[in-house]
Design a protein around this ligand. Structure first.
Ligand SMILES: Nc1ncnc2c1ncn2[C@@H]1O[C@H](COP(=O)(O)OP(=O)(O)O)[C@@H](O)[C@H]1O
Ligand SMILES: [Mg+2]
Length: 254
């Protein structure tokens, strides 16, 4: 481990911490004793077979799903039923989904300004200036007055990323952000995410884009059947997987 990586691991900088987290859907034990610490500036890739609990894990981090046992602490705030605390955590975490989730009846600009105006109570003019800054950053400013349905999938996903950034989050969660895209549009979205990573954003990303993982991740986690089976820095993870389940998974996707 390099000196810089070591520094990132100091506990003062912990942005997300999961301690013995367990979750059930009815009788189905979907997350089993998950322990994870995410330090400021880390870029963590989560991979694993379909249905192993990846989405559930990251959705628990902003309480889109609730866990039943263990602790989840985000930016020092423990997630429980307290709505004020949930609200605080959600303001600090941006999330990007596979299916973009833009409002179809609002323009790109309106999609980006909605939360800053209604949640952060920003004046419209300020919200629009911030939105423009991020739309420029994801190279889509020229589409600001269009509706999502008039854009390609790659463009919509870049808008979804810009929309999240408008809330100035300290952590970004991505749940298979390129899985719904045609192959030629994957790169334009990954490029935006690579830029974000280079600027120091703390990121957790569920993806099977292994080239991307090698470029940006400082850690790769492999999950299977609700457990974190293995984690490592990317080169070790890909070149020297330890568990048979990881080896099998990698042989299927690479
Ligand atoms: N709301 C739900 N109710 C019941 N079971 C669910 C629900 N959401 C997901 N599951 C199940 O939990 C498991 C993990 O789902 P998910 O976290 O979406 O996995 P992944 O993202 O790794 O594909 C799957 O078996 C899925 O069918
Ligand atoms: Mg999923």
């Amino acid at each position: 481990m390099t000196a810089t990586q070591g520094k990132q691991d100091t506990s003062n900088d912990v942005m997300v911490e999961l301690r013995n987290v367990n979750k059930w859907y009815g009788d189905f034990h979907v997350l089993k004793n998950i322990n994870l610490q995410v330090s400021k500036g880390e870029r963590i890739i989560i991979c694993g077979p379909s249905g192993c609990g990846k989405s559930t894990l990251i959705r628990c981090m902003n309480r889109l799903e609730e866990h039943q046992k263990g602790d989840i602490i985000v930016s020092g705030v423990t997630l429980d039923d307290d709505l004020k605390r949930i609200d605080r955590v959600r303001r600090d975490i941006g999330m990007v989904f596979q299916q973009f989730n833009l409002f179809p009846h609002l323009t790109v600009m309106e999609n980006c300004c909605l939360a800053p105006i209604w949640v952060q109570k920003k004046p419209r003019r300020d919200a629009e200036a911030i939105a423009m800054k991020y739309l420029e950053r994801v190279q889509i400013a020229d589409q600001a007055s269009k509706f999502p349905g008039q854009l390609s999938g790659g463009q919509q996903q870049r808008v979804a990323i810009a929309r999240s950034l408008c809330m100035n989050p300290s952590i970004m969660l991505f749940d298979e952000p390129t899985s719904a895209l045609d192959p030629e549009m994957i790169k334009e979205v990954l490029d935006v995410m690579v830029d974000l990573a280079r600027e120091g954003m703390t990121m957790l990303c569920v993806t099977h884009e292994m080239g991307f993982a090698k470029t940006v991740a400082n850690r790769v986690l492999f999950m299977d059947a609700g457990e974190i089976i293995e984690e490592n820095e990317p080169n070790e993870f890909f070149d020297n997987p330890q568990s048979d389940r990881t080896k099998l998974f990698l042989s299927q996707i690479l």
